[in-house]
Ligand binder design. Structure first.
Ligand code: ADP
Ligand code: MG
Length: 284
């Protein structure tokens, strides 16, 4: 399965030189903790008819380059809200998200769109492919927005990405004509369009049968092996347990964190700070 990554263009190849650095907007790049995703005291309050609702309660989280992190938690625990805070989809009420060395709260809307397109691929539960574009046109769209790759190489790169995720035959079909698992593969190819360092997935297998979910999970593993940093929200506890590091969210707080040996899935060191009381003691 890992073989699908072979032959991907090298990271950072053929970047346009139009005033933006690869991992941040010039003049705003940071180089501090070394974390790829650095969340500092993130609080989110939603204003509702019933009054203010505290959806995130001061989240601190560092995800290092090349890490594969899963986030689990009941529906309504704040998982999607958390993703929205560092993808720039929404803004925290308090705290700061520094992602790929950029303080994303300082970007205006236009900068944010370009920054996100270059630094982050986002995969959603319901794929969110544009229905009026073919599969390959969907994959080319972020390339057109961000201008990382020259116009005359975008089609070829999109085709290559579709080939790598195993659905080159679907390139010219409309999304409605391909199966859910293939739509999600297309969405992953789209997420990789500009070769971003980070891939974020919100319940990427939530709408897929278990066999297809497993294939999608293996694609993510391949991406991590190829150097991507991945944060995946999932309802599937079996899938979450295969990921080297798992965070549990409850009522807007990280209440548990488990780090496993990659090969065996064995629990190495539940982090004391976030442990729930009834877990077995960690080996020191
Ligand atoms: P999860 O992804 O873990 O299911 P969410 O992050 O979507 O949870 O939601 C966390 C909580 O915040 C839920 O109680 C939800 O109802 C609430 N919430 C989410 N978005 C909004 C919003 N735009 N306005 C008000 N409340 C919201
Ligand atoms: Mg959600």
């Amino acid at each position: 399965m890992r073989s699908w990554l072979r032959g991907l263009p090298p990271s950072g190849a053929k970047r346009a030189s139009n005033g933006y650095s690869i991992h941040g907007v010039d003049g705003r790049s940071l180089d501090q903790s070394g974390a790829m995703i650095d969340l500092q005291g993130i609080t989110k309050v939603y204003e509702t008819d019933a009054g203010p609702f505290l959806a995130l309660k001061g989240i601190d989280l560092q995800v290092m380059p090349g890490e594969f992190v899963s986030v689990v938690g009941k529906s309504g625990s704040g998982k999607s809200t958390l993703i929205n805070m560092f993808t720039g989809i929404d803004h925290p009420t308090e705290g700061e998200a520094i992602v790929a060395r950029t303080r994303i709260g300082q970007l205006d809307e236009g900068q944010m769109a370009v920054w996100r397109g270059r630094n982050m691929g986002i995969v959603f539960q319901f794929f969110q492919l544009l229905p009026t574009l073919t599969v390959i046109e969907n994959v080319m769209l972020p390339m057109d927005l961000c201008q990382v790759y020259d116009p005359d190489e975008r089609y070829e790169r999109a085709h290559h990405l579709l080939d790598q995720v195993g659905i080159a035959a679907d390139a010219d079909k409309f999304p409605s004509a391909v199966a859910g698992g293939h739509q999600q593969r297309a969405a992953i190819a789209r997420a990789l369009a500009n070769d971003p360092p980070i891939v974020v997935a919100d319940e990427p297998t939530g709408n897929l049968d278990s066999k297809t979910a497993d294939a999608i999970y293996q694609l993510f593993e391949s991406l991590v092996a190829g150097g991507k940093t991945i944060l995946m929200v999932t309802h599937d506890s079996e899938l979450a347990e295969r990921v080297p590091r798992t965070l549990t969210l409850a009522d807007g707080e990280i209440v548990n964190e488990v780090v496993r040996a990659p090969a065996s899935g064995q629990v190495l060191n539940p982090v004391a700070k976030h442990r729930v009381p009834d877990l077995p003691d960690a080996e020191e």
